[in-house]
Ligand binder design. Structure first.
Ligand code: GTP
Ligand code: MG
Length: 697
């Protein structure tokens, strides 16, 4: 027994232990932030309210008062002593060395044979360099402290800032509690060492937090009960809790009572860890409540319990962890490969290459969407539908709408004598020109006069509407192509949309509309030659009714495709009202001649306008196809070429973040995985060698 007393608690589990390699592995995993966050790693973490003696206890375990803690001072309950997570790595080695490492540049270093207070002072100074959680002195950035020496075994544990539950500082409560949860909630393989003052455990909010947030806490929690001197000697509360007899229960032998310096001995100040341990033993041996249960009292017992629980966890969980690590490595490497194409290189040459590739993709996508019309409804099909409805709308324009006979006569009279006689279908008549090309005043159903555009001019708004619809359709398609090709580069996407696409569409719309305007103006130029006008339905039926010599043969009209097409046009191009008027039995007497003449004028107006409508139905879509569709891709291509897109080349943030995370994980795993074979081998040997549950290392 006495030989054992001279060893520090950690020294008892010397480096010769089989666990050395395994603990090395855990330490490597846990001190790498990327791995710690990605995996469920078995490790010890000290949890408890502030000033429960968490850090004191760790210092006692390592046998040196190294980590900053309260010394011989009455606690100021508002002030946290430990303000950042300390990942403490104990390493066995010949040289005595302390090494401090942190992700933040400029912090850390290694010192040989340092004094205890050198380390403490240094760790106190580190605080100033760490980023703090807003409104608190707490930092989430873990600091790795490695202690190497012949007296240490390899062991990793995490000391956390105390969880706060003060009523007056909700921010501090939130930050410290979340920090605790970061280590125990998601990582269900962590071993929770709750440090709590001896007393009724239902009053300890840290215990309640663990119970609420780590539903499986019972099997992975050790509870260190501190400051037993605070209870009266006759109070058996401490004993009851330690014997698992309170409302807060854990697996057996998981409560350990500890007694450190309690201020009762005047020489206490000078006690080193070893003296504290000896005094602790004497104290428990004398104490009426604890003398019978010394197997759960003292710092050595705590060390035993921690190590045996960690050993159990490691044996069951590390093989699973290794499998997950291998799988994850493959996953992240696959993801990285997928994300390769959108990565923006550092060099401007590389950037240019990426921009070029993106441009080519976009143009290819556009060509596919716009010109693979036959199979793709997104492209030509929609434009064709627009053309069809344009035809229908043009057909429906009635050149005689709201035009009354008296007005026609008035116009005719004005011209009489001046104009050449009205030819049968010639447009070359001043009357026809007036009726077709000039605006007029019509009369509405309610008798009110209304100003109307000339029939020809009424075709312009319809054509403009068609241009806008085609533009919207094409924009939609271009937008889709951009979405497809550039979704990973939002800034570039915006630039292409604003600088290239919008400009091109504006230009094309103007060009096309201008041409159509000119074209419609041209329609106002009369010509002598009028191409075959469409016959009226009546005329067609007269042809159909023409008797055949040979009754056994079908009438040619019935089989002619041309006739059926003409019938379709006749039906659509002649306003119903006009047909009734022309075909109806005419009036008699004096009025007859005048009436026939008006009918004739009207028929001619419609016929001429029909020819004009067909010109428009033919040319406007052609013009749109020519200016808008065919040249769109080429123009976009040229415009993209001209713009300096490289400066907008910036990958989407979530993708970039994902790549960074995957890279980090891949790299960390690449470094960690080679060690796993040895670790698994050791674990297997240990499992075979010693099957009993609480074997020691
Ligand atoms: N009465 C009594 N006091 C003790 C005993 N052990 C430690 N203490 C005192 O408890 C305090 C513990 O301080 P720390 O170890 O810094 O506490 P902590 O839990 O790490 O606190 P935070 O880091 O702020 O969360 C010190 O003032 C010790 O002197 C004990 O057995 N009895
Ligand atoms: Mg502390």
């Amino acid at each position: 027994m006495s030989g054992e007393v001279t060893e520090t608690p950690v020294a008892k589990y010397g480096q010769s232990s089989e666990f050395g390699v395994v603990l090395d592995f855990i330490q490597r995993m846990i001190s790498n932030d990327t791995l710690r966050q990605a995996f469920n790693i078995p490790h010890l973490v000290m949890v408890g309210r502030q000033n429960m003696a968490k850090t004191t206890l760790i210092n006692r375990l390592i046998g040196r008062y190294l980590l900053p803690m309260r010394r011989n001072e009455t606690a100021n309950t508002l002030q946290a002593r430990t303000t950042y997570p300390i990942i403490l790595n104990l390493r066995n080695g010949k040289r005595s060395l302390v090494e401090v490492k942190c992700d933040i540049p400029g912090i850390g270093g290694a010192v040989e044979n340092p004094k205890d207070d050198t380390v403490e002072t240094f760790l106190n100074q580190v605080t100033a360099h760490l980023p703090k959680e807003e409104g608190t002195p707490i930092s989430k950035t873990p600091v790795n402290v490695t202690l190497q020496g012949p007296e240490f075994t390899t062991l990793t544990l995490v000391d956390l800032p105390g969880a706060h539950f003060a009523n007056d500082d909700p921010r501090m409560n939130l930050v410290t509690q979340n920090l605790v949860l970061e280590y125990i909630e998601k990582n269900t393989n962590s071993i929770i060492v709750i440090v709590s003052e001896v007393g009724d455990p239902t009053g300890d909010s840290a215990i309640n937090l663990v119970m609420q947030k780590a539903p499986d806490f019972r099997s992975r929690t050790i509870c260190a009960l501190t400051k037993p001197d605070k209870l009266r000697e006759s109070d058996d509360m401490g004993k009851r809790v330690a014997m698992n007899g309170s409302s807060f229960t854990l697996d057996d032998n998981r409560f350990i009572v500890l007694r450190g310096k309690d201020g009762t001995d005047p020489k206490e100040k000078d006690w080193d860890a070893e003296t504290t341990r000896v005094q602790e033993k004497l104290w428990f041996a004398r104490h009426p409540q604890y003398k019978d249960i010394q197997h759960v009292c003292g710092i050595d017992r705590l060390m035993d319990t921690m190590i045996s629980l960690l050993a159990e966890k490691m044996i069951t969980e590390i093989p699973i962890l290794v499998t997950q690590m291998r799988r994850r490595k493959k996953e992240v490497d696959d993801i990285l490969e997928e994300l390769e194409d959108s990565e923006v290189p550092e060099s401007s040459e590389g950037k240019g290459g990426v921009a070029m590739k993106l441009k080519e993709n976009l143009i290819r996508e556009l060509n596919k969407l716009l010109f693979n019309n036959t199979s793709n409804t997104a492209g030509g099909e929609r434009v064709r539908q627009l053309f069809n409805s344009f035809h229908q709308e043009v057909f429906r324009v009635d050149p005689l709408e709201l035009r009354n006979d008296d007005e026609i006569r008035r116009q005719q009279r004005k011209l009489e004598g001046v104009a050449a006689p009205l030819g049968d279908s010639s447009e070359n008549s001043q009357l026809l020109q007036r009726l077709l090309y000039e605006k007029y005043t019509g009369v509405q159903a309610n008798g009110k006069p209304i100003a109307l555009l000339s029939p020809v001019d009424r075709l312009l708004p319809l054509s403009e509407k068609l241009v806008r619809n085609v533009e919207a359709t094409l924009r939609d398609i271009v937008q889709k192509a951009i979405e497809q090709a550039l979704s990973k580069f939002p800034t570039l996407k915006q630039a292409v949309e604003a600088k290239v696409v919008s400009k091109i569409f504006d230009k094309k719309r103007e060009q096309t509309t201008e041409f159509i305007r000119q074209f419609l103006e041209m329609q106002k130029k009369s010509t002598d030659i009028v191409f075959a006008p469409i016959p009226t339905p009546r005329e067609i039926s007269v042809w159909e009714g023409f008797p055949l010599v040979d009754h056994r043969k079908p009438h040619p009209c019935m089989t002619s495709k041309m006739t059926s097409h003409m019938k379709y046009l006749a039906k659509n191009l002649y306003p119903e009202k006009l047909l009734q008027e022309i075909d109806g039995s005419g009036s008699h007497g004096l009025m007859y001649k005048e009436h026939e003449e008006i009918k004739n004028v009207k028929r001619n107006v419609v016929r001429c306008f029909n020819v004009l409508k067909m010109n428009v139905c033919d040319t406007v879509p052609r013009c749109i196809l020519h200016f808008f569709v065919s040249q769109l891709v080429d123009d976009l291509d040229r415009a993209l070429e001209k713009e300096n897109l490289v400066e907008f080349l910036e990958e989407r943030k979530d993708i970039r973040d994902k790549r960074i995370l995957c890279r980090k994980q891949s790299l960390a795993l690449e470094n960690a995985l080679p060690h796993t074979q040895d670790v698994l081998h050791k674990l297997l040997r240990m499992k075979q060698g010693s099957p009993q549950k609480d074997r020691k290392m």
